[in-house]
Design a protein around this ligand. Structure first.
Ligand code: AKB
Length: 316
């Protein structure tokens, strides 16, 4: 049975991944950790929880050793817009945390997962159906971190035999925990605002296409990749995965089917817009499909129906 340490457990992905993995592997098998505690958070209440600052290498090693973990899911990181506002902090946290987690994995012989992102691509990357292997010259600190992270994970695999695996996630949409400081966050906010106010002022311009995915598909992708037969994995760090390519007006049109009075207007934030403009319109997940059977269940229509139904219950 796996024994898994998750960093950044109270963030957007961690909040749901911890719960899903506890269902699959058992509550005591999944050690949730985060820099902060939230006593009433389900990931804190439903199994072991430790306070962990991922820049503290010794602290991370001690927690991993204490629980004798054999798998590390390293999620703690700053997202793109925050990283652009605080580039040095982003470097120290995103790269420092990653190398510490990889070192623990090397010392304790753990399997390892960390997310990369569509942010690992840049303006010179082919914009449509972006291939698995292509030009990666990002122009954001977040992107620099993600490319360096992909390479570092490959290095630990080739040099030390650490079983590193990763996904290039698109914008992730969920009704459970909000994202924070990302460029694609609008695609979550738009649903909350549609229900609360019937309108949304979007900081990303009309016509800006980015890849997106509903959280249940993202969680399934992480678990499928981690369970995949190692001999089938050629790319490892990190696989393109996506469920849809959409612009703000596509979300608005889909929401209008459920809330006819919904209105969108645009108040573009130049920083986040320029980040979005530097990313692909749509990435090609063929390698993920072929090497470990990646499949997304939710398209924009199905996701919107589910998201609005779940959010209605939550906000009531
Ligand atoms: C962000 O917008 O920074 C993230 C991402 C696509 O990596 N959601």
């Amino acid at each position: 049975m796996k024994k898994i340490l998750v960093t950044g457990s109270l963030g957007q992905i961690g909040s749901e991944l911890v719960m899903k993995m506890r269902e699959i592997y058992g509550a005591d098998q999944v050690i949730a950790s985060d820099i902060r505690n939230m006593d009433d958070h389900p990931a804190v209440q439903s199994g072991p929880f430790e306070i962990l600052d991922v820049t503290d290498a010794k602290g991370m090693y001690e927690i991993a050793k204490k629980y004798q973990v054999d798998t590390i899911i390293h999620l703690a990181a700053l997202l793109s817009a925050t990283a652009e506002a605080k580039p040095l902090l982003a470097w120290n946290l995103n790269m420092g945390g990653l190398v510490n987690a990889l070192e623990v994995a090397r010392e304790l012989g753990c399997q390892f997962f960390t997310p990369s992102s569509i942010g690992a691509f840049g303006p010179a990357t082919p914009k449509d159906h972006t291939p698995q292997v292509t030009i990666q010259r990002p122009t954001t600190m977040y992107g620099v971190n993600k490319v360096a992270g992909e390479l570092l994970c490959d290095y630990y695999y080739h040099k030390f035999g650490v079983d590193t695996r990763g996904l290039r996630f698109p914008g992730l949409i969920s009704y459970v925990a909000p994202p924070g400081g990302g460029t694609t966050d609008y695609a979550v906010e738009i649903y909350y605002e549609a229900l609360r106010k019937g309108r949304y002022s979007c900081y990303i311009a009309k016509g800006t296409y980015m890849d997106m995915m509903y959280m249940p598909d993202a969680l399934n992708a992480i678990i499928a990749l981690m369970e995949a037969d190692t001999s089938r994995l050629k790319h490892r760090n990190a696989y393109n995965v996506t469920a849809m390519s959409a612009a703000p007006e596509d979300f608005a049109a889909e929401i209008k089917k459920h809330i006819p009075e919904f209105e969108i207007d645009y108040r573009v934030d130049p920083v986040r817009q320029s980040i979005a403009d530097s990313w692909p319109n749509s990435i090609d997940p063929t390698a993920a499909r072929e090497e470990w059977g990646f499949k997304a269940e939710f398209d924009l229509e199905k996701m919107t129906t589910d998201m609005l139904a779940k959010l209605r219950q939550k906000l009531d």
